[in-house]
Design a protein around this ligand. Sequence first.
Ligand code: ADE
Length: 247
Amino acid sequence: MGAMPEEIDLLLPQMEHRANQVVGQRTFTSGILANKEVVVVYSRMGKVAASSTATTLINIFDCQMILFTGVAGALSKDLNIGDMIVSSSLVQHDMDVSALPGFRKFEVPLLDKQFFSPPLWLADKALSASEKYLREVMPADIDNSTLKKFGITSPKSMKGLIASGDQFIASKEETLNLLKDLPDILCVEMEGAAVAQVAEEYGVPYIVTRTISDKADHSAHIDFPLFVKEVATNLTCGVLTELLKRL
Ligand code: ADE
């Protein structure tokens, strides 16, 4: 699962026995990828779109696991464009019912949790898949001049906290605000913690992997579309294919 077509497009031609089914305006493509039965879909952007798509994957397609891939804006100073993040936990940074008595900021009401935690074993597999992709596959997958253009020299993989909300973050002020409350955030995106909530509610294992496309600052609105157009698809689909081989 990805949010945008560019984040999953490369997977489709690699699939065998492909069949499309449209449910709720999303096209779900079933088939075989890396010897696994899979359903590939893009949800469109945002928490509602992602939640509805994840629910369909579970209820209609009987998916036993959800792998989400895509791009994200870096909040940690240690991250650069091209680095890969695996979720060890996720938070909905725009969830705030704390004006009501008894609720903490970021807590999902009546679920009694602020953070979602994917299975550790899956996070470890995703981390080693992204390390392998960056070390062994990427050099042949993306040409040097493209990597240079984005300043990608020695990209790394990290596990950590991913924050999701229905905003594209593109200013220092917004990033500092988020870090004030949640100093451990590695990156921001718009779907992961919504998928996490649905998957946890249904007891389905899940993981979110993200490639850094921008630094969630004043240049994010330029870096993001360029990165998505020119390199994201290789990185997001590459790590997912590596992960599938390990499952
Ligand atoms: N996805 C990629 N970059 C992002 C950003 N800066 N904010 C939210 N989602 C993103």
